[in-house]
Design a binder for this molecule. Sequence first.
Ligand code: SAM
Ligand code: SF4
Length: 433
Amino acid sequence: MNVSDSERVATVLESENFEMTPDEDSADIVLFNTCSVREKAEHKLYTRIGQIRKLYSKKKIVGVLGCVAQLEGETLFDKNPSIDFVLGTKAVGRVSKAIESVLEGRSKFLDVGEREPDYDWSVAETQKHSPYISFVPIIEGCNKFCTYCIVPFSRGREKSLPAPEIIRHVHKLHRQGVKEVHLIGQNVNSYRPKTSEGLEDFRGATAFSKLLRAVAATGIARIKFTTSFPRDFHTDIIEAINENENLCNWVHLPVQSGSNKILRLMRRGHTIENYFERIDKIKTSDRKISLTTDIIIGFPNESEVDFQDSLKMVDYCQFDSCYIFKYSPRIGTPAYQFEDNVSVEEKKQRFIELEERQRLNQHRIFKSYLNKTVQVLVEKKSSQNNFDLSGRTSCHKVVQFKGSAALLGKIVDIEITESKSNTLYGKVLNTFV
Ligand code: SAM
Ligand code: SF4
């Protein structure tokens, strides 16, 4: 979501004749788009601003955007008086106004206001993170209030974008030659637009599965969506994937813990048995769907037994990949009142143990792709020497292989010849689109 926000900020600035540079040295204005999900990300902001101020004698304008900006507001100026302006998560469309105010001599400009009703969600071609892949926000905010999470406070309540707007957006990207769209939101499957306009002709028990079918009908080559919330993950999503080849066979479904006691304390609204039911449906679907997740270890009161439940859960689910986070207390969340009683050492040990268990499972899963053929969207030149190109499968696995730059942006058949825990390697068989 933050990458997507940055693309739109850059789009606004470009349209106002600002020139973007990745080179910090030559920049007159430095913008920090911030994350506040864990404390570490917030600390990084203060360190980086300190570095900028120390390194360059020339005065640069420094603006802070995003979640930290939204949460801290005015107090950011107290924490670091050298910040020139602060723009909240919904105020990013007004970035040029903030810069102009500072250029006109106003110090400490603050805007944590609401999004404009006619906010433009599109991104200029020059500012996209990839020429072949586009993010399409479909819902912003979150109503779930999991006890550990700051997002409902930094991004506000759930608001779904109208379906006709989303579908028009995807049609436009398709016409521009984009191969893959990622429908994004904190919980995409909680999608509930105000009206069913644009979805009337599509089947599905929920608005989200109707939207998936509607986006599939645009004919764009690939559609991925993230993140899904377990409680709102219904079988109609799997049915839509099974029926539409261009809905990719990948589901990211964060579980957070394998222990019912911890899930209850986290207020996730589901039990581990509910979660397993969903996993069983995904694993037994007609198409082979890959499954990824997020897990928090060291949540307050997580005992050794609770942690063992998480290990068992990982073995049961056989995730294709997994983000593991050490619990980070966030001020203002309900869990901040709980005693952070799992020691730093225990958190470290559990992290290593869980990571190792996942690595073993993942190694086996990745090995099962040997000698198989997968379709890969060629995204970029590889950063590793031996392999020239890199891309992803429909199931979201990274594949590296040799090939000419002419393949960039194409979907190619790759035979897998080698596998590591996080990457597949192979050779090109033929090209599709
Ligand atoms: N909405 C998604 C869901 O409910 O599954 C997740 C969105 S959240 C921004 C991304 C991930 O950050 C979560 O799945 C969780 O694992 C992690 N996270 C959120 N708050 C955290 C905290 N206080 N400490 C550690 N990890 C956290
Ligand atoms: Fe955070 Fe829970 Fe909302 Fe996900 S569902 S963004 S974890 S509050």
